[in-house]
Structure formats: C-alpha cells, structure tokens
Design a protein around this ligand. Structure first.
Ligand code: SF4
Length: 198
C-alpha cells in the first residue's frame, strides 16, 4: 500500500469544532476538484508505504489524527486506522463530501462541500459531525437538503489574498451578519492563517 503524502505534521487545529486542539495532520495528495481558493499544492507529494506513514505519525506526542488533503476520501484509510486505533489514536477527516465514507470507520467527519463553486456537484457523504461551508456570498438555503445530517454547522469566510482582513474585510463582516441572521450556523475562522502557523 502506497499513499501520496504531501506532508505529515503536528500542529493545532485552526478551524471548526476542534479549533485549538493539538492534532497530527496527514495531508494526502490528489483531489477530484479544483477550487479557486484552494491553498494546498496537492499535486506535489511523495509516495509512502503504510509502515512509513505509521512511523512518522508515531514520532509525535499526540493521538488525534486529522486526514486532510487534497481529498483524503480518495485513499484507503482503513489500514492506517486499523494499525493505529489499538494504540489509542482518534481519527477525523476533512472531506469535500464527493466520496461516501465507510460507516463507523472515523471518529469525526467534517464535510466541507464545494457546491457553491460547482452547482451540479453531487455530495455523497450526507451525514457527519460537522458541516463546514466556505462562505463566498452564497444563499444558505442551498444547504437545506444537507444540513440536517450534521450536528454542527459552520460558516467560514473565504480567506485568500483578496479577502484577508487587512486588505478587504467585507466578506468577514458579511459572514458575521449572515450568522447573526441564521443562528443555527456558527462562525469559523481559519485561525492558523491569522497566526501564521501551519
Ligand atoms: S476540495 Fe479542498 S483540496 Fe480539493 S481543490 Fe477544493 S479546496 Fe482544494
């Protein structure tokens, strides 16, 4: 088993429900989408075996793993999980939702759908713990058929060179207003970007 790995590193979750929680990020290469705001060069990766991935993870003093990417649901995650779960690890995934996940495999599922960019996108993973939507001005009614499958709803203003707080805070302020008008949603900020940490 070889996995396309962009990087594996220990940091703190910067966004969503687990903001501030010490976590190991396993960032896989490859994605089936091409979002205009994507901040990951997911085509630059090295292949690593299951043993190599497990060895790198084991070097960190942390038991929370976040599978991210790229699109981690394109990978066979079961061998990594089977190897590490008996050692006390917990597993989260950040996925775009276009691939249905195996029931019960992960401890925490965060779906970040990109149908505000791709109107005909079919979201296959329709249940999970966290629905985290990048806000670019879309009408929230587009999530009416999806949001009931999730415990927590997050709206996260798109953060890129056009929308950082210094040069253009409009989208940030608009997101705050939308959350005030739609209180079932919670504001999520990419605090790691504000802090300048990975
Ligand atoms: S789904 Fe995520 S990783 Fe893939 S292109 Fe979009 S932002 Fe990037």
């Amino acid at each position: 088993m070889n996995y396309p790995i962009v990087e594996i590193f220990h940091s703190v979750q910067g966004e969503g429900y687990h903001s501030g929680v010490s976590s190991i990020f396993v960032r896989f290469g490859r994605c089936n989408l091409r979002c205009e705001w994507c901040d990951t060069d997911f085509n630059k990766f090295d292949y690593k075996t299951l043993d190599e991935v497990v060895e790198i993870i084991s070097e960190f003093d942390c038991k929370n793993i976040i599978f991210t990417g790229g699109e981690p649901a394109l990978q066979d995650l079961e061998p990594i999980i089977s190897n590490l779960r008996p050692k006390g690890y917990k597993f989260s995934i950040e996925t775009n939702g276009t691939v249905e996940l195996e029931d019960g495999l992960l401890d925490w599922i965060c779906v970040s759908p990109k149908d505000q960019l791709y109107p005909n996108l079919s979201i296959k993973q329709r249940t999970g713990n966290e629905l985290k939507c990048v806000y670019v001005g879309q009408d929230l009614s587009m999530y009416d058929g999806l949001k009931d499958g999730f415990e927590h709803l997050y709206l996260q203003p798109c953060y890129n060179e056009k929308n950082d707080i210094a040069s253009n805070g409009m989208l940030f302020r608009e997101t705050v207003d939308v959350v005030k008008e739609n209180p079932e949603w919670t504001l999520s900020l990419q605090t790691h970007k504000w802090l300048g940490v990975d």
